[in-house]
Design a protein around this ligand. Structure first.
Ligand SMILES: [Zn+2]
Length: 134
C-alpha cells in the first residue's frame, strides 16, 4: 500500500495562489511564463516550481467542471434541441471553447498549488498507484 500524501503547506492558500497564477509558496512570483508553461523557479522566492507535476490532471478536471457545470445544465433548455444545428453549434461551441481555454490555466495553477501543498514532486513515483498495478 503506497503512502498517502500529507499536507505540508497550507492547502487553501496554496491552491488559491495557484488559481490566481501566482507562486504557491510566496504568492508574489508568476506561476506561468506562457499560457500553460510553469516557470522553472519562482523569480521572487526561488521555489522550484517545475518539480510539482500536473500531467493530465488539470485537463481532466477542466473537462469535468465544464461538462457538469455548463454542458449538462445547458441540455435542459429545449432551444438547444429544437434549433438548427448549423446555427446553434457555433453559437454554443465557440463560447464553450473560450470558457474552457480561460478555465484551464486557473485549474492548472490550482493543481500545481495542490501538489505544492501536499509536497508531491515529480520524483514521488510511489504515489502513482496505477504504475504499481502493472
Ligand atoms: Zn515564489
Amino acid at each position: 500500500m503506497p503512502a498517502m500524501a500529507e499536507i505540508i503547506h497550507p492547502l487553501r492558500r496554496s491552491v488559491f495562489r495557484g488559481i490566481t497564477g501566482h507562486c504557491p509558496a510566496c504568492g508574489q512570483g508568476k506561476l506561468f511564463w506562457k499560457y500553460l508553461k510553469v516557470n522553472g523557479r519562482c523569480e521572487v522566492c526561488d521555489t522550484d516550481l517545475a518539480r510539482y507535476p500536473a500531467d493530465d490532471g488539470p485537463a481532466y478536471l477542466t473537462i469535468l467542471l465544464i461538462g457538469h457545470l455548463v454542458v449538462a445544465p445547458m441540455l435542459f433548455f429545449s432551444i438547444v434541441w429544437r434549433s438548427n444545428p448549423a446555427y446553434s453549434l457555433p453559437i454554443i461551441l465557440v463560447p464553450l471553447a473560450g470558457l474552457t481555454l480561460a478555465l484551464l490555466p486557473r485549474v492548472k495553477g490550482g493543481w500545481v498549488g495542490l501538489m505544492y501543498s501536499l509536497g508531491v514532486k515529480d520524483t514521488d513515483a510511489h504515489l502513482h498507484t496505477a504504475d504499481a498495478a502493472d
